[in-house]
Design a protein around this ligand. Structure first.
Ligand SMILES: C[C@@](CO)(OP(=O)(O)O)[C@H](O)COP(=O)(O)OP(=O)(O)OC[C@H]1O[C@@H](n2ccc(N)nc2=O)[C@H](O)[C@@H]1O
Ligand SMILES: Nc1ncnc2c1ncn2[C@@H]1O[C@H](COP(=O)(O)OP(=O)(O)O)[C@@H](O)[C@H]1O
Length: 284
């Protein structure tokens, strides 16, 4: 049997770090939402006991380092499944970009194999399994809009933002999430107003969302890679309503309400940045 599953990227509308935990992770409060920029995962049942990964993107590992591989392996071990799966990843989401591409591939693989192998697991059970793979995988299982806390695995669903455009620009560098957290000065942070962001979503206030975009990891990555700051300035100059770096970066996104402005910003950024996308929020 063969199954195809969509694996959408996320952006962080706000990202706060509360403290460093004894296990080395950071306690976070993040408002995240999925966007219409997605990988496609194809799963084909194999009679023999093996997992294969195929992707034409050279930055995507084709072995046990791949998060989709880890998702399949976790299900096989936990439910004692003797057959295998061939996973093909049609990569659209830029890699190591702060958009949770790998995490979303893992989440899509969990959901797809749940169906393919008839496991009958609930979304909550899949999200719990996802947390064993990575901090962002639980969110990616549900998608939509949510407040993620703990190390990212505790999910509270939120209303999705009013429809608008999201323009993304990724400079030609990949950022290590671990390095960014390592360079974060947790004691001296200007904390986002997470509650105000949640209120803005509840009130369907586009301007409220724009006013409260905030990410404590942004200044860390901006200091490490000045080209990210440059993209942010240009996105603001070309007329995005509000601009922020997603996750640990280096992708910068701008929110734009009116389609008439999208082309100008997109074309302006394309002048000096190879990877630019104009997409919609995905909603619920
Ligand atoms: C920063 C965020 C924001 O959404 O995303 P990305 O920028 O990676 O997309 C997440 O917190 C990343 O989630 P994810 O990429 O799944 O992280 P993991 O694989 O679990 O961890 C990678 C490394 O990041 C650090 N880490 C991650 C999450 C967390 N709450 N505290 C941490 O300190 C740890 O050093 C860990 O070894
Ligand atoms: N399916 C996958 N797609 C992309 N990268 C993956 C995948 N599985 C593992 N990785 C590894 O995870 C790292 C982070 O990738 P990604 O999830 O795209 O970024 P981020 O954590 O910034 O959102 C990459 O450098 C890559 O080596």
């Amino acid at each position: 049997m063969r199954l195809s599953v969509k694996a959408p990227a996320k952006i962080n509308l706000s990202l706060d770090v509360l403290h460093k935990r004894p296990d080395g992770y950071h306690e976070v409060e993040m408002v995240m939402t999925t966007i219409d920029l997605a990988d496609r995962i194809e799963l084909v049942d194999l009679p023999e006991d093996k997992i294969t990964i195929l992707s034409h993107n050279r930055f995507v590992p084709d072995d046990g380092r791949n998060l989709a591989y880890q998702a399949a392996q976790l299900l096989k071990k936990r439910f004692n499944i003797k057959k295998g799966v061939a996973i093909t990843i049609d990569k659209v989401i830029p890699v190591a970009a702060g958009l949770a591409g790998g995490s979303s591939d893992a989440a899509a693989t969990l959901k797809g194999l749940n169906e393919l192998w008839g496991l009958g697991l609930s979304m909550d059970e899949l999200a719990d399994l996802g947390a064993e793979i990575g901090s962002d995988v639980s969110f990616c299982v549900y998608g939509g809009t949510a407040l993620a806390s703990g190390r990212g695995e505790k999910i509270r669903h939120l209303p999705s933002p009013p429809n608008c455009w999201v323009i993304l620009a990724k400079p030609t560098i990949g950022v290590s999430t671990a390095d960014v957290y390592k360079n974060l000065d947790v004691k001296n942070l200007k904390h986002p107003d997470t509650e105000a962001m949640i209120k803005a979503l509840e009130n369907e206030s586009y301007h409220g969302i724009c006013d409260h975009l905030s990410n404590v990891l942004e200044s860390v990555t901006l200091n490490m890679y000045p080209e990210v700051a440059h993209i942010k300035e240009q996105m603001e100059r070309f007329g995005a309503d509000s601009v922020l770096m997603s996750g640990s970066g280096p992708t910068v996104y701008g929110l734009v309400q009116y389609e008439s402005r999208v082309h100008r910003i997109y074309n302006g950024l394309r002048g000096f940045c190879d990877q630019v996308f104009a997409v919609r929020m995905l909603g619920e």
